[in-house]
Design a protein around this ligand. Structure first.
Ligand SMILES: *[C@@H]1O[C@H](CO)[C@@H](O)[C@H](O)[C@H]1NC(C)=O
Length: 268
């Protein structure tokens, strides 16, 4: 049983039905987060802009957005963390991580737009566990100029203007494509002098340190499934008949000028 089905006939019909409607489609999927809480994941596909938004809220109020921008082959993670007012933080703190989109991470936006779900109340569990990827986000991206990387950056990262990070290997790939290098600023690294420690080992709130943020996407439609069909002449043809779902974790490591900007790193 596929947890989600692409009705065969609809699959063929929809492109015609949709010509005069909006290209936005939303799917809401119930998932269990790592802490055991159940939340609703919203998956929005925009086939005109060729992108997919995945969003959910954690029990502590943290709001996570994952955007796959197929046009510019990048993905953006935005994390909005509720601040601790009594520790002098603002109401919420935004983080943005931008990196290259790989080809097997998520299905194309036009397939996503056609996904339908049989039992919307079922709590979904991914079929494939893809582990946790560790990302060294050693470069800051200038918010104003960063629009070159993705036309969505200004919309998504407006609450994280001072906290947009990427990796050195992404920067190298983008420079080859001809993006303006002046938008990047290499940040102090863990092996630079004076030595920077992980924030959770640092006892003073005003000291710079290397902060970590870990998140997990519990349910992503990561690839298409194909079924076979035999026609009257005996010839077999294959058609898209569903999706395969994946779970994937991301662990981001990045420089902060003060430990205060990384308070969540204490408990773990
Ligand atoms: C980002 O780029 C804009 C436009 O060039 C510039 O005005 C601004 O000072 C830059 N911001 C930082 C933090 O360097």
């Amino acid at each position: 049983m596929f947890p989600l089905v692409l009705p065969r006939k609809l699959w063929l019909l929809l492109p015609m039905l949709w010509c005069c409607q909006t290209s936005l489609a939303e799917l809401k999927v119930r998932v269990r987060l790592e802490d055991g809480q159940i939340t609703e994941e919203s998956l929005q596909a925009d086939s005109d802009r060729d992108c997919i938004y995945l969003e959910f809220r954690k029990a502590d109020g943290t709001f996570i957005t994952y955007l796959a921008d197929f046009k510019q082959e990048v993905k953006i993670f935005r994390i909005l963390i509720l601040g601790e007012l009594e520790r002098g933080q603002s109401q919420f703190q935004g983080l943005c991580f931008i990196t290259q989109l790989q080809s097997n991470e998520i299905i194309p936006s036009e397939s996503m737009a056609k996904l339908r779900q049989k039992n919307p109340h079922t709590v979904r569990q991914a079929e494939e566990m893809r582990g946790t990827e560790s990302l060294q986000m050693e470069v800051a991206v200038n918010f104003t100029k960063g629009i070159q990387l993705s036309s969505h950056l200004h919309n998504i990262c407006s609450e994280a203007k001072e906290a947009i990070y990427t990796r050195q290997e992404d920067v190298r790939a983008w420079l080859k494509k001809g993006v303006d290098g002046s938008m990047f600023e290499i940040l102090p690294q863990s092996n630079s002098l004076p030595v920077l420690h992980p924030c959770k080992l640092c006892s003073q709130d005003w000291k710079p340190c290397i902060c970590s943020y870990r998140l997990s996407l519990e349910w992503i439609p990561c690839s298409l499934k194909y079924c076979k069909n035999r026609d009257s002449s005996g010839k077999t043809t294959s058609y898209k008949c569903g999706i395969r779902s994946c779970q994937k974790g991301y662990s981001f490591h990045f420089y902060v000028p003060q430990k205060q900007l990384c308070l969540w790193d204490e408990e773990t």
